[in-house]
Write a protein that binds this ligand. Structure first.
Ligand SMILES: *[C@@H]1O[C@H](CO)[C@@H](O)[C@H](O)[C@H]1NC(C)=O
Ligand SMILES: *[C@@H]1O[C@H](CO)[C@@H](O)[C@H](O)[C@H]1NC(C)=O
Ligand SMILES: *[C@@H]1O[C@H](CO)[C@@H](O)[C@H](O)[C@H]1NC(C)=O
Ligand SMILES: *[C@@H]1O[C@H](CO)[C@@H](O)[C@H](O)[C@H]1NC(C)=O
Ligand SMILES: *[C@@H]1O[C@H](CO)[C@@H](O)[C@H](O)[C@H]1NC(C)=O
Ligand SMILES: *[C@@H]1O[C@H](CO)[C@@H](O)[C@H](O)[C@H]1NC(C)=O
Ligand SMILES: *[C@@H]1O[C@H](CO)[C@@H](O)[C@H](O)[C@H]1NC(C)=O
Ligand SMILES: *[C@@H]1O[C@H](CO)[C@@H](O)[C@H](O)[C@H]1NC(C)=O
Ligand SMILES: *[C@@H]1O[C@H](CO)[C@@H](O)[C@H](O)[C@H]1NC(C)=O
Ligand SMILES: *[C@@H]1O[C@H](CO)[C@@H](O)[C@H](O)[C@H]1NC(C)=O
Length: 366
């Protein structure tokens, strides 16, 4: 006798409302969706989007730009078909915008110049070669696969291990938004997905290797590029909310105070929020001051970001109802309020003299 599976009915009942708007993938192994451009002699580029069983063959210097059709994040794997000579290399460049597609560089994470490609060599013959963990790329839509030598090299596939929001079941939102305005609906879900991309494994924060070394007045032009790596541990725990997937990949209370409300009503990933807040609280000074950003960013006084961190604690409690947590940090919360009140003078307004406020560098006043 054939037993009817209860699954289709269950799946129907459990379906997330308005799931069709959700950008998050259901699986973590991603293949690019389409080919954006080919430059040079490349046979059968379709294999790189999973549309052919025959490998893609690069004949000499050439490149193919692949399009994920939305921003994604993670670790690249190259599946090499044929043994390549030791002279053969494959480079990968990333870009969020089509304006920055290049066979020489990725879009930037430092304050000047463009980021270096990821170069792969193939010492072990055919098989999978995965980027090092520190080369987790936080946000890109286009990926260009480059062969830079006269060697012939064939690839079966390129894959992306989508590593953002590591503790989430990516497309299972607990809340939803819907209006009669299609554009607004799509914008709301793009925002919810952006918060997922900005939620990362804490060991993959931006190491800021060029912080206070390269600044926006520097002139770094191709072929020179800027190396990058994401191997700085920015918090405890297994997942943490940051300000942005590509940069800065750090904790910034100002960004949290606009992302927490959407997280509360989309993925409800309050764990990653709590980990971030606990890191900020861990960095609180004796006078009650909370940080502008997490290390490796230097300790900087910011009245507004201090208040954003307190606001984040309030929002976390609002969405979680986690009274034990609030009690645990209540003393620190009060110390934070006291610090903020110190700036209020007899006019009843806060007179702010620190530099990193309202992004009005060097300005102060009420
Ligand atoms: C195509 O490849 C050639 C040779 O590598 C290079 O000089 C040229 O700039 C490339 N064009 C584009 C649009 O990437
Ligand atoms: C793929 O690899 C196999 C085994 O090395 C080789 O025989 C074949 O020619 C390669 N395919 C292409 C298209 O290079
Ligand atoms: C590379 O990894 C993919 C996905 O796990 C797998 O299907 C494929 O067989 C691997 N390639 C080789 C050559 O081992
Ligand atoms: C190709 O790129 C690799 C890695 O950067 C480099 O070592 C090699 O010299 C380049 N080859 C050519 C011909 O440019
Ligand atoms: C993807 O990367 C994560 C983090 O490094 C790792 O735990 C996981 O095993 C990887 N998945 C695949 C399919 O390689
Ligand atoms: C940028 O770096 C240069 C050289 O290190 C330094 O002289 C300049 O003051 C820096 N500019 C800013 C805005 O930090
Ligand atoms: C930047 O450097 C390049 C190459 O050295 C040069 O051609 C260009 O004029 C420089 N630009 C500025 C604004 O200094
Ligand atoms: C991160 O990677 C860089 C570049 O390889 C390395 O110099 C640095 O020691 C690494 N940092 C950590 C914490 O592993
Ligand atoms: C992890 O938590 C401990 C105990 O609160 C704290 O001392 C340490 O600084 C934290 N580390 C990071 C990277 O957040
Ligand atoms: C704000 O405080 C600073 C430092 O105490 C003081 O110099 C300044 O006069 C105050 N500004 C106003 C408008 O009261």
């Amino acid at each position: 006798m054939k037993v009817l599976s209860p699954l289709p009915f269950a799946a129907l009942c459990l379906a997330v409302p308005y799931a069709e708007y959700i950008y998050a993938p259901s699986e973590r192994t991603l293949v690019p969706e389409s080919i954006y451009a080919v430059n040079g002699s490349i046979r059968n580029p379709k294999a790189l989007i999973g549309a052919s069983k025959e490998p893609t063959v690069f004949h000499g210097p050439s490149s193919v730009t692949l399009d994920f059709e939305k921003n994604v994040a993670g670790l690249v794997t190259i599946d090499l078909n044929s043994s390549a000579s030791e002279l053969a290399f494959i480079g990968i460049t990333f870009s969020e915008s089509s304006l920055y597609i290049s066979h020489e560089a990725c879009d930037a994470t430092a304050d000047a110049g463009l980021d270096s490609p990821l170069w792969f060599s193939f010492p072990n013959g055919p098989g999978n070669y995965t980027a090092e963990l520190k080369h987790n790329r936080g946000g890109f839509r286009y990926m260009t696969v480059v062969s830079n030598t006269t060697e012939t090299i064939s690839l079966n596939r390129v894959l992306l291990n989508f590593t953002a929001a590591p503790t989430q079941k990516l497309d299972e939102y607990t809340g939803y938004f819907h209006s009669n305005d299609e554009l607004l609906n799509r914008i709301w879900y793009a925002g919810a997905y952006t918060n997922q991309l900005s939620t990362i494994d804490p060991s993959t924060g931006n190491a800021l290797p060029w912080y206070q070394i390269i600044n926006s007045t520097d002139n770094i032009s191709l072929p020179e590029t800027v190396p990058w790596w994401s191997n700085y541990t920015i918090s405890n725990g297994t997942s943490v909310l940051t300000d942005g997937a590509k940069r800065d990949r750090l904790l910034w209370p100002g960004d949290m105070s606009i992302s927490l409300e959407s997280i509360g009503v989309s993925t409800y990933d309050l764990y990653s929020v709590r980990v971030a807040l606990e890191r900020l609280l861990d960095l609180q000074k004796h006078d009650g001051r909370l940080p502008y950003a997490s290390p490796p960013y230097a300790d900087t006084v910011s009245f507004t970001y201090h208040c954003h961190a307190l606001n984040g604690m309030s929002l976390y409690f609002t969405y979680s109802g986690d009274k034990d947590w609030l009690l645990r940090y209540w003393g620190q919360y009060k110390a934070g309020i006291s610090y903020a009140l110190l700036s209020v003078d007899r006019t009843g307004l806060a007179n702010i003299t620190a530099s990193s406020d309202w992004l009005r560098f060097g300005m102060g006043g009420h």
